[in-house]
Ligand binder design. Structure first.
Ligand code: GLU
Length: 310
């Protein structure tokens, strides 16, 4: 294990070199996200031992968006086990945009990946629950266990998404018609939209990564929140589909399981070692934070972490 000064120096260097890198634009199809100041940027590492190293706007709470898909997948795996999730949702890359209807059409309505919108709406529908509020509270509770108890819903962001999520509603009905939705479609879409509308800090996001790095033991809260059998499945899904349609490029250049969201957050996991997270709103054309990718890649590269290295 590297010493903490070395890690802090890699964090500082990443933020200094790439925290204001040019390019990209805020997501604007969700009105709330279009108005977030574009110059915000933060980066954090949480180690498997629970050490926290960070730089930049680390107290700013941003929208989790697509990264929430990892948490709901974790809960679906806990509820149903790996084989059932593979059969009911799938475990493969779509190679298409995160909200693609064509990807569904090409595969008989099966979402393939729990990390695209269709697969995440299906995951939300799979969660064992008595009713909508129970489904929502179990999903929020998983976000909190993986990250931190301070993660909470933004009513304003949720309103912004619920009143514009027509495409996702259509996806939910398509899944239902193909037999890949496991509760009422509008309930699944409502809860999925809420799960995207929580706010968290970069350190809380890195804590999620550290929890996945340790086989499900949150190193900050010290709570075992997932079964260790399930974390390799989650990391495999992240490798295949975590950075939208450039997941392959990310594996090729960085070599770590990752997940990004259109709120500007990005997470990478070094199994057994640490979670690395970054946040900055401007996105590239497929939906990944431009600066976030550079900051995370810089830390991984400086510290020498790449899963595929001998
Ligand atoms: N709530 C967003 C949506 O469903 C999340 C998308 C993302 O971050 O990829 O479109």
């Amino acid at each position: 294990m590297l010493d903490l000064n070395t890690i802090q120096s890699a964090v500082d260097t990443a933020h200094r070199d790439f925290g204001q890198a040019p390019g990209g634009a805020n997501a604007d199809y969700i009105p709330f996200l279009a108005n977030i100041p574009s110059d915000l940027s933060a980066v954090a590492v949480v180690t498997a031992q629970g050490d926290i190293l960070s730089a930049g706007d680390i107290h700013y709470r941003f929208a989790i968006e697509s990264i929430s898909k990892v948490c709901t997948l974790a809960l679906a795996l806990e509820d149903w086990g790996a084989e059932a999730v593979q059969q009911k949702i799938g475990a493969d890359a779509t190679g298409m945009p995160f909200n693609s209807v064509m990807a569904l059409e090409l595969h008989g309505g099966k979402p393939l990946s729990p990390l695209v919108n269709a697969g995440a709406i299906a995951s939300a529908s799979l969660i064992k629950a008595k009713n909508t509020e129970d489904r929502w509270s179990r999903i929020l509770s998983m976000q909190r266990k993986l990250g931190s108890a301070h993660i909470k819903l933004s009513a304003q962001l949720n309103e912004s998404e619920q009143t514009t999520n027509f495409h996702n509603r259509a996806i939910a009905w398509l899944l239902y018609s193909a037999g890949y939705l496991y509760c009422d479609p509008m309930e699944a879409c409502d809860v999925y939209t809420r799960q995207c509308s929580t706010l968290l800090t970069t350190v809380e996001l890195a804590t999620m990564g550290a929890t996945l790095a340790t086989g499900g033991l949150n190193p900050v809260s010290k709570e075992q929140v997932l079964s260790a059998n399930n974390t390799p499945r989650i990391l495999a899904d992240m490798t295949m589909e975590g950075l939208y349609d450039t997941s392959g490029d990310w594996a090729y250049t960085v070599g770590l399981p990752g997940k990004s969201g259109v709120g500007g957050g990005i997470l990478a996991v070094v199994p057994g070692v640490m979670g690395i997270a970054a946040f900055s709103p401007p996105l590239d054309e497929v939906g990944n934070s431009v600066r976030g990718q550079k900051m995370v890649a810089s830390i991984a590269n400086t510290l020498g972490y790449n899963l595929y290295k001998s």
